[in-house]
Ligand binder design. Structure first.
Ligand code: NAD
Length: 443
């Protein structure tokens, strides 16, 4: 099948590449000229394990193309996927202007039956609005052309996105049209899992809601276990033991029960907020979702407050080392990362000497943080002469360091571990993990 994927960010570039890898002819479209120019020259704008090689292979096989002009490809493809961003607006609702722009271009250019597929995460009712926009453009052109709108939300996780795309738990297709369903079935027939068990065919509104409900459920589990971790700290229980014991209950399951310094990234925070916003618009009370968000804010703040408390809120002479900037391992994405919250908290209390290291998010970090922190080449350099190390991303690399060397090079061997990366505290360190001991009372 011939497909256009609009938006070559984490979702568009990865799903487009996987569709091409599995045999489809894919054109990736983006308004960012530099990004497209780089892609044409083999420069990949994001870090995702395995993506570089896959893109190169697809380009060589002639199945993956790049352009900035959606108008030139709309009419030569079986479907146009919108994978553009839907960032939070000021009031927390999803900003749909990019999706609507793609719909407009689609309506301006189709001349025969085509399918508009929304892969971006969009609130319930967006497909109806997209239909209206496309129809309005067709009316302007006085053309009577059949088209369908499909909701096909994406569930990939940055860091394991290729595997998630190749072996999805389920593929959700929301449509009322048998014709569109057939197009989607053909597009996805390249998947190994294309049996009707992993395909969820449903109506448009339910498909849109499945995505928000899924992300909100995951965010709820994180906020729940973080809240339990706060109680553990006060009563002397160990959150890792508790999570293990809880997760062994098959009704609960073991996934998403890792306590930490709060969830971040480009999805959970904005999607929980957008669902709250949808609920409010529809006069529906959602105290649970509001609590999920609030408890996450508390958890993100807790991390820097613990450090500030350690320094008696006088951080002007403190030498602080931060390991991990990305919101999770195996990605360079720093959107809503706990590291940003921790840094602004430390600055608020006067911290001046902060050194940071991340295995892949250094370039992204430099773009966001400029020269407000010192970027180091490795964890050892970051820790040298530091009063404390704060661990904010659970990169595997941090588990395999020579901790003896680190300890000897520090001014004081102190670790605040926001990800509980060590099952046994490193020898000779004052160690403050999440939810294990009363870290406040230790001081
Ligand atoms: P992103 O910001 O990484 O990429 C969006 C891209 O769209 C950018 O390259 C931008 O230049 C481009 N763009 C914007 N307007 C355009 C237009 N009119 N025409 C062409 N290109 C345009 O975003 P992302 O992280 O890939 O997320 C995209 C969507 O997928 C969002 O709705 C997000 O919620 C959802 N989603 C994201 C993830 C994830 O892990 N990142 C997972 C599942 C779903």
């Amino acid at each position: 099948m011939k497909i256009a994927i609009v938006g070559t960010g984490y979702v568009g570039l990865i799903t487009g590449t996987v569709f091409a890898f599995l045999g489809n002819d894919v054109t990736c479209v983006d308004v960012d000229k530099k990004k497209i120019e780089n892609l044409v020259n083999g420069i990949i704008p994001i870090y995702e394990p395995g993506l570089d090689e896959m893109i190169k292979e697809c380009i060589i096989k002639g199945r993956l193309h790049f352009t900035t002009e959606l108008s030139t490809v709309v009419d030569s493809v079986n479907a146009v996927f919108s994978a553009v961003g839907t960032p939070p607006a000021k009031d927390g609702s999803a900003d749909l202007s990019y999706v609507y722009q793609v719909a407009k271009t689609f309506g301006e250019n189709i001349s025969h039956y085509n399918v508009f597929v929304t892969k971006s995460t969009v609130p319930v009712g967006t497909a109806d609005k997209v239909k209206e926009i496309i129809q309005k453009e067709l009316d302007k052109r006085e053309m009577n052309i059949d088209f369908d709108v499909v909701s096909n939300p994406e569930f990939l996780r940055e860091g394991s996105a290729i595997k998630d795309c190749l072996e999805p738990d389920r593929i959700v297709i929301g449509t009322e049209s048998e014709r569109a369903k057939e197009v989607m079935r053909k597009i996805y027939s390249c998947y190994y899992c294309t049996n009707d068990y992993s395909m969820v065919y449903t109506d448009l509104h339910s498909a849109e809601m499945i995505k928000y409900a899924s992300n909100s459920m995951l965010a709820t589990r994180i906020s729940f276990i973080n809240e339990i971790s706060r109680i553990c700290e006060q009563v002397g229980a160990d959150i890792d033991e508790v999570a293990k014991g809880v997760g062994m209950d098959t009704r609960i399951g073991k996934h998403f029960l890792n306590a930490g310094c709060g969830y971040g990234g480009s999805c959970f925070p904005k999607d929980v907020q957008a669902l709250i916003s949808t609920a409010k618009e529809n006069k529906c009370a959602v105290p649970l979702l509001e609590a999920v968000e609030n408890t996450n804010t508390i958890q993100k703040n807790l991390m820097y407050l613990k450090v500030c408390n350690y320094f008696r809120y006088r951080l002007d002479t403190a030498k602080i080392a931060i390991w991990g900037l990305s919101f999770k391992p195996d990605t360079d994405d720093m959107r809503q990362a706990p590291s940003l919250k921790v840094l602004s908290g430390l600055w608020e209390y006067g911290a001046k000497d902060i050194r940071v290291y991340d295995p892949v998010a250094m370039e992204e970090g430099k773009k966001i943080l400029g020269d407000a922190v010192k970027f180091c080449n490795n964890p050892y350099e970051t820790a040298e002469g530091a009063d404390v190390i704060i661990i904010l991303t659970e990169w595997k690399e941090f588990r395999m360091l020579d901790m003896d060397r680190i300890r000897k090079s520090m001014k004081k061997p102190v670790i605040f571990d926001g990800r509980n990366i060590y099952s046994v505290p490193p020898t000779g360190f004052e160690y403050y993990p999440i939810g294990k001991i009363d870290s406040y009372k230790m001081k």
